[in-house]
Ligand binder design. Structure first.
Ligand SMILES: [Fe+2]
Ligand SMILES: [Fe+2]
Length: 198
């Protein structure tokens, strides 16, 4: 998996991260949780009991960090910018991306229902479904949509998006909330490393 990065990004005379690079960095945290969830599913398939605390943490991270924090910036800011009449795109994958965000929400609901019912099969099916969907979704964004957005959006649009990203982050997350979710991702990631090596 390639982390989407463009070099020497000059926006408005200053070198700074592009909005798409900021989003791509967030993908790395999401992928850490997806990796951990896939390893957990493998263990359950080999006979281990469902660890409800693990899945509660994963669902909390996905709902709040992946969806409320990351997907909302894509939906409310990046995708809206890409759908403006003035933006020329060879093809517009926004509709498909929105569909996949919605599908992801259904899988998360399924994990939660599985936990409530104590259904191993439902937890694993939905956790695997989510992981597969998001892994491909992130790949498409990093390798197709974000490079397309960089080409299509001028400096002014990108500068304004960075400002909107900051405002959205402050509105969605109170001080320290982002760090708390990154800690959860690191905790789940560490557990995953122990599993793989242990
Ligand atoms: Fe997305
Ligand atoms: Fe994304």
């Amino acid at each position: 998996m390639r982390v989407y990065q463009s070099e020497n990004t000059e926006i408005g005379g200053a070198f700074m991260k592009k909005p798409t690079e900021m989003l791509s960095e967030e993908h790395q945290h999401i992928l850490k949780v997806i990796d951990a969830m896939e390893t957990e599913c493998g263990s359950i398939e080999s006979g281990k009991a469902v660890d409800s605390e693990f899945f509660r943490d994963a669902v909390d991270f996905i709902r709040n960090y992946a969806d409320r924090f990351h997907h909302s910036k894509e939906e409310d800011i990046l995708f809206k910018e890409l759908c403006k009449d003035t933006v020329q795109l060879h093809c517009n994958p926004v509709e498909q991306m929105l569909y996949e965000h919605d599908l992801g929400r259904k899988f998360v609901k399924g994990i939660e229902e599985g936990l409530k019912k104590g259904s191993k099969t439902k937890v694993v099916e939905n956790a695997r479904g989510y992981s597969e969907l998001l892994r491909e979704h992130i790949y498409k964004e990093d390798n197709v949509l974000y490079p397309m957005a960089d080409m299509a959006l001028g400096n002014e649009a990108q500068k304004s998006m960075i400002k909107k990203f900051k405002e959205a982050e402050e509105k969605k997350f109170s001080k320290g909330t982002k760090e708390r979710y990154l800690d959860i991702a690191n905790k789940l990631g560490r557990r995953n490393t122990r599993r793989k090596t242990g």
